[in-house]
Ligand binder design. Structure first.
Ligand SMILES: Nc1ncnc2c1ncn2[C@@H]1O[C@H](COP(=O)(O)OP(=O)(O)OP(=O)(O)O)[C@@H](O)[C@H]1O
Ligand SMILES: [Mg+2]
Length: 262
């Protein structure tokens, strides 16, 4: 088997003296995977993503991305596209959609080189792909939340990543637009890009991905969605009685009615 694109061995992450946000996580993600990361609020999903990207250092254990420590990736860092959960942009800064997407190209060409024809073509192509080309000259501050999310996906795609990491990319995005985003990610996956996506949209996302990781401080399960998403995994993960009912090949989750009454 080829080397995994991302590998975590006995990874524990602590913030100060708090109980660990992640504890003894082992995870091996093969190149070409389309993986969903599920888990309740505070489960450590963003922590996992930030550790993979080298934005935080694990307290214990080892992480390898493309076979290297995340902080020693060097030029390989350009092969990673990242759509963070909370977008760190100053919305009062008057920047147009096209410029935001071009920021993704600067990751490739360096900050001090001017973008060329090919860069502009790629920016145009990815804007069309995520359906924001008609917004190209609008200011980012003037967009709706869902439109803005798609612009940040375009920015990540403009880097032409080998590994795309998205942390809850459909927050504030309507059902139809979420589905079109998942379809787009599925196309990228078919082109060979490895996609890791944190999501709360268990039922729908499970239709698209080929792997699921359930996290709640620890990895509770990892495997194909139809195998992993069992009642007991979900109960462990959410600490409540959840049940799945099967609709075609896809499991859908509902929380047992008595849980609502507590
Ligand atoms: N910078 C930080 N300093 C201290 N504690 C933190 C920090 N970031 C996260 N935590 C804590 O670590 C735990 C995991 O947080 P994390 O953001 O990884 O959860 P998450 O699974 O992404 O949750 P959500 O679904 O709400 O995004 C939480 O208890 C959180 O309060
Ligand atoms: Mg998070």
């Amino acid at each position: 088997m080829s080397q995994p694109i991302v590998e975590l061995r006995n990874v524990t992450v602590r913030y100060g003296d708090l109980p660990p946000a992640l504890e003894n996580v082992n995870l091996s993600i093969p190149e070409g995977a389309f993986l969903a990361v599920f888990g309740p609020n505070g489960a450590g999903k963003t922590t996992l993503v930030r550790a993979i990207l080298g934005l935080i250092e694990p307290t214990e254990g080892e992480i390898r991305v493309f076979g290297r420590r995340p902080r020693e990736l060097g030029a390989l860092r350009r092969e990673i596209g990242y759509v963070p959960q909370i977008l760190a942009v100053d919305l009062h800064f008057p920047v147009r959609v096209r410029d935001v997407v071009m920021m993704g190209r600067y990751a490739r060409i360096g900050l001090f080189r001017r973008p060329g024809k090919r860069d502009r073509e790629i920016v145009q192509a990815v804007m069309e792909k995520v359906d924001v080309a008609d917004l190209a000259d609008r200011h980012i501050a003037d967009l709706s939340g869902g439109q803005r999310q798609r612009v940040f996906l375009a920015r990540a795609l403009a880097t032409e990543p080998r590994l795309l990491v998205l942390d809850e990319p459909t927050t504030g995005v309507d059902t139809k637009a979420s589905r079109s985003l998942y379809e787009l990610l599925q196309d990228l996956h078919r082109e060979g890009i490895t996609v890791i996506m944190v999501s709360h949209d268990i039922g729908v996302v499970s239709e698209y991905v080929d792997g699921v990781v359930c996290v709640n401080r620890r990895v509770l399960a990892h495997g194909r969605p139809e195998v992993v998403l069992t009642d007991s995994t979900l109960a462990d993960m959410y600490g409540c009685q959840a049940v799945l009912f099967h609709h075609g090949k896809v499991p859908h989750m509902v929380v047992k009615p008595e849980e609502w009454e507590k």
